[in-house]
Design a protein around this ligand. Sequence first.
Ligand SMILES: Cc1ncc(COP(=O)(O)O)c(C=O)c1O
Length: 348
Amino acid sequence: MTATHDTARRDFASDNYAGVHPEVMDLLAEANGGHQVAYGDDEWTARLQDVLRRQFGSAALGYPVFNGTGANVLSLQSMLPRWGAVVCADSAHINTDENGAPERVGGLKLLTTPSPDGKLTPELVARQAWGWGDTHRAQPGVVSITQATELGTVYTPQEIRDLADQAHSLGMRLHLDGSRLANAAASLGVPLRALTTDVGVDVLSLGGTKNGLMMGEAVVVLDPEAVTGIDYLRKLDMQLASKMRFVSAQLVALFDGDLWQRSASHANAMAARLSEGARAVAGVRITQPTQSNAVFAVLPPGAADRLREYRRFYDWNPATGEVRWMCAFDTTPQDVDDFLDALRAAVA
Ligand SMILES: Cc1ncc(COP(=O)(O)O)c(C=O)c1O
């Protein structure tokens, strides 16, 4: 059979350009065969709950879903009443890249605040966390943060704890979009629960796809009192997989052992190598600290388009010429070094 695509080519556009980690493929094959009860009453989903309890503590309960947008909408919808609002950074994926799904599908109001590095602070939250009892204002009920952020930066455990304490003292809840939680935890060298359960996160969107799954994420409820009707909402939001064993098996592959850690550490290390190499190229400016698997840079005019002829990547801010380069579990040191050669040529 002729090849449909070049299986040796790896780009720097997104960690979800990457394929499936072989260990995930192996477990998917193991999950195949025979019949299992549909809609989540299967043995793989039961095993996933054990894995999640081990990673996130005994109260953790997972709701496997198809994608990250679905995980976020389901999380937020289950945490808020119809009149509720979510405080988030203006760069948050829920605000910029989910086509209004939190508003249109979730029926929620997003109250955004600018953040230069993608992170919220209690001061930034305070700009929007007000107006309870005012019938004219959507009622702030959840603070949502992203870890690692959309700008590749990473919150420390203490920074998350401060946000959780603030939210709870205001009667609000803390949601964490953990699409790249593994990259953040690997970057800090801490377990997943050190950035979630142990620091007051109530509900987590746990990422998998960006770290080597074919598809699959999970809403992980860390405080059962933080959600209402999540079972029904998952179906209503069209995120209830009938053959759930295959989503669950992928998440088991990632989180049962240390695959999440190995893959994320590797992607982070490749981004660090790229960042360091690019920083040394005259005319290239790195705009954010490289703390996870993303590198942000401003290139001289025209250089990005020349470099894109070699490998794909996205413009981040066309107005300033800022681009985003992303590494994945399968990016090799040679990929990075070859890309740096192409960068030098594009800039020269
Ligand atoms: C921070 C963050 N959250 C959520 C998502 C949503 O994931 P999906 O594209 O699977 O809906 C993404 C995807 O890019 C993301 O980067």
